[in-house]
Design a binder for this molecule. Structure first.
Ligand SMILES: [Fe+2]
Length: 306
């Protein structure tokens, strides 16, 4: 996820003349992580449940610091999670799994198994990264917090997802106002094992590197209504594949309630539909398949890239 408020800045754009279907991008094609400018990384917000807990803040900042090391060394540092952190994971992962059995896309359910993500312990980015690369040539890179939209999306061009490693505060296991390892590992990471979804994400990254500021807003909306809050029709039933849904009991309940209008996915409509970052969505969009999402997005990005 990325910040809504930060002004879009061209951060990782270096060479706009590349092929859109460069799916075989290799580690050697990636820019140096140490060259990534991250001036817009957010600190902990005052409304975070851990904002007034000095020990939590210290721990979160320590784990965030490991991401800074990554940018120097290119090596993901495993986190030695404490028992209290493992307990938060067990509570949240266990409860979510029950709801997923009814509500999650069947692809997602299988993908979680393929990545070895269990309810017993917090998975390490290093192990998920290894499996993800093997399955779909996608990568994970640790990040210490939210970054601006263009910077975040641009890394998808390199089939790389920036991912936090710290976990939410123990006082509110069901809630976090910022991405954490629950949101990343339960919400986002399994879906990148899907080739069509991974390619679609890469198209968004391609667009982010050449988009005008107005088009970055459009890409942010597309990302929001798919990667974060997307629904899919499978065997005549609507299922969730968006990370904001799959990592939140409240959002999942809401998405399938009669308070939400579930519309067939329409790219042109999504591109102009604004959203409230902190509110539950009144409208969500249902894609017919990941392959279809990939193809309509390819056509749109080809239009942007000219
Ligand atoms: Fe997210």
């Amino acid at each position: 996820m990325f910040t809504e408020s930060a002004a879009a800045t061209r951060t990782t754009t270096s060479n706009p003349a590349f092929r859109i279907d460069n799916f075989d991008v290799a580690d050697s094609d990636l820019p140096e992580f140490r060259d990534m400018p991250f001036e817009n990384i957010n600190e902990l917000h005052l409304d975070h449940p851990g904002a007034n807990d000095p020990e939590y803040r210290k721990r979160r900042d320590y784990i965030a610091g490991l991401a800074k090391n990554f940018r120097e060394t290119g090596v993901i540092t495993d986190v030695d999670y404490m028992e209290q952190e493992q307990e938060i994971w067990r509570i949240v992962a266990g409860r979510l799994e029950e709801i997923h059995a009814r509500r999650a896309s069947k692809f997602y359910l299988q993908a979680k198994k393929d990545l070895g993500i269990s309810n017993d312990r917090i998975p390490q980015l290093s192990e998920m990264n290894r499996r993800l690369q093997r399955l779909s040539n996608f990568r994970l890179a640790p990040i210490e917090g939210l970054v601006d939209t263009r910077a975040f999306l641009s890394w998808l061009y390199y089939r790389t997802m920036l991912s936090t490693q710290y976990i939410r505060h123990h006082s509110r296991p069901e809630y976090t106002p910022e991405p954490d390892i629950v949101h990343e590992a339960i919400g986002h990471i399994p879906m990148f094992t899907n080739r069509d979804f991974a390619d679609f994400s890469q198209f968004i990254g391609h667009g982010a590197r050449v988009a005008t500021d107005e088009q970055i807003e459009e890409l942010g909306r597309l990302y929001w209504f798919t990667v974060e809050f997307g629904l899919i029709e499978e065997d005549g039933e609507v299922k969730a594949y968006g990370a904001g849904l799959l990592s939140s009991f409240g959002e999942l309940d809401h998405a399938f309630s009669d308070r939400v209008e579930r519309r067939p996915f329409d790219l042109d409509e999504v591109l102009i539909t604004s959203y409230e970052y902190s509110d539950m969505q009144p409208v969500l969009y249902v894609i017919p398949s990941y392959a279809e999402l990939k193809e309509v997005t390819r056509r749109y990005i080809e239009r942007i890239a000219g």
